[in-house]
Design a protein around this ligand. Structure first.
Ligand code: C5P
Length: 459
């Protein structure tokens, strides 16, 4: 049904775009940037002019400012499903295609074309993957955009423990068949191409390397004890530069460290590595490509992200600069959190008060990092707060995927409503915008809800 609907809407889209003013609006994270790039490339190939804007979120305010014309055809990617009730008036005046994978309100309208696997009772795939299936239905030559589908999906952590399942896995296999992606097994470590290896080890919290995660000096010593040089030809060595023998030595040593600290799944350190062909070296690892895009989006440089997706080679060096600044700022924020006791641990949740130090665009990334760190009790959900430029408070919530007993999207949505805010999201990742000054009430609402679920369980 879902695939049939994609085909049906693709046909309508092809004829409509010829006579309409096409405007794409997309979310600023890597999945949003990949989705927007796939749709943009599709339109370029169809010879259609269009406008593209990347937004932090599709809020009531943004929708009000759209200046809709009767001739508009809007494409919303990686948001829209959760905001359909805000789009009601707009739908009376213009046609809207929503390509999304967030929880949706059941709204039907003659002018609404809605592609979201969840409303067809399909398993979730990223917006980039839905965009890809759609683009391929518009024209089979768009099949070459499949690498962007994979990059958006890994960015949204759709491949739990670095392995895709279901429809997403079928898309990955298709990418392998057409030679766009090579899948290999490797260490589940981030930064294979762009980070010095000791930094990769220092920053690894899932899998955790006891005694080494979180400590640069221990990481360097660990490598030297294994006889793996951290520098070669005056350059830092990266995971990618290790010989097969060195990789095996490193993997065994990590497992031994994990066994020594009695990890139940000590050998669970491997996962699928996706290597993209036909892209510059820096973008060949799908996970690092995703990190580039996230950095660009969250730094207000989404245009650079779009350019690298569309194959503009000159944008790669700009993206490298953005990534460097991004990593530096993340480091500063983590230090600030440590020094300012910004974390409050309550009975059922962990709360991070970012005030106006943590940018609203980074609070989600920071809560995700904390959830994979030794800085908080990772057995509880975490809720981060950051003040926005418009005087509200952005909330980002994350919970470990092993924590299957709650639906964070629903909890955040209910708590937001109690404080006159708006929010929602997925089972293990959610967000909201709430009025400033309502943080305590929001925290209490969350504690009450979680208490109802877990209070009796003596957690
Ligand atoms: O912004 P953040 O990354 O924390 O958002 C996590 C999830 O919650 C995203 O999938 C986002 O779309 C959703 N969200 C939402 N409503 C908001 C903010 C975020 O549904 N106001």
């Amino acid at each position: 049904m879902f695939l049939e609907e994609i085909g049906r809407i693709a046909k309508i889209f092809k004829s409509l775009i010829k006579e309409k003013r096409v405007r794409i609006f997309s979310h600023l994270d890597a999945d949003g940037i990949c989705s927007a790039s796939i749709i943009s490339k599709t339109l370029i190939r169809e010879g259609t002019n269009f406008e593209l804007k990347i937004l932090k979120q599709l809020t009531r305010e943004e929708i009000k400012n759209l200046r809709i014309r009767e001739s508009d055809f809007l494409v919303l990617t990686d948001f829209g499903s959760g905001q359909l009730d805000l789009l009601r008036d707009l739908l009376d005046r213009a046609q809207v295609l929503v390509i999304d994978h967030h929880e949706s309100k059941a709204i039907e309208h003659l002018n609404l074309f809605h592609l979201n696997p969840l409303i067809f009772n399909e398993e979730e795939i990223s917006s980039s993957m839905v965009s890809y299936l759609f683009a391929k239905s518009v024209d089979i030559k768009n099949a070459d955009l499949i690498d962007l589908a994979i990059v958006g999906a890994v960015a949204d952590e759709q491949d739990e423990k670095w392995e895709f399942r279901g429809l997403a896995k079928r898309i990955l296999e298709e990418a392998e068949t057409i030679g766009k992606i090579v899948v290999t097994k490797g260490l589940r470590l981030y930064g294979r191409i762009t980070k010095p290896i000791h930094k990769t080890l220092e920053h690894s919290f899932d899998p955790i390397i006891p005694g080494i995660s979180g400590s640069e000096s221990n990481a360097v010593q660990f490598l030297s004890e294994l006889g793996i040089a951290v520098r070669e030809d005056d350059e830092w060595k990266r995971l990618k530069d290790l010989t097969l023998e060195e990789q095996k030595t490193l993997a065994s040593a990590i497992i031994i460290e994990r066994l020594r600290s009695k990890h139940s799944d000590a050998e669970d350190i491997f996962g699928d590595i996706y290597t993209i062909s036909g892209r510059p070296e820096e973008l060949q690892d799908a996970r690092e490509f995703a990190t580039f895009l996230n950095a660009c989006g969250r730094f207000g440089k989404a245009d650079i992200g779009i350019r690298i997706c569309l194959g503009d080679l000159e944008a790669v060096s700009d993206a490298l600069c953005v990534l460097e600044e991004y990593r530096k700022l993340i480091g500063e924020i983590i230090n600030w959190i440590r020094e300012n006791e910004a974390i409050l641990t309550k009975d059922f949740g962990v709360y991070l008060f970012g005030k106006n130090f943590i940018p609203e665009t980074l609070i989600g990334t920071i809560t995700s990092i904390l959830l994979n760190s030794n800085l908080i009790d990772t057995n509880k959900p975490i809720f981060g707060f950051a003040e926005t430029d418009s005087g509200e408070v952005k909330v980002s919530a994350r919970v470990s995927r092993d924590f299957k007993l709650i639906n964070l999207g629903k909890i955040v949505s209910d708590a937001s409503r109690q404080v006159e805010g708006e929010g929602g999201g997925h089972v293990s990742s959610a967000g909201a915008l709430i009025p400033k000054g309502k943080e305590d009430k929001f925290v209490q609402a969350i504690e009450d809800m979680l208490g109802e679920t877990f209070g009796k369980r003596e957690r």
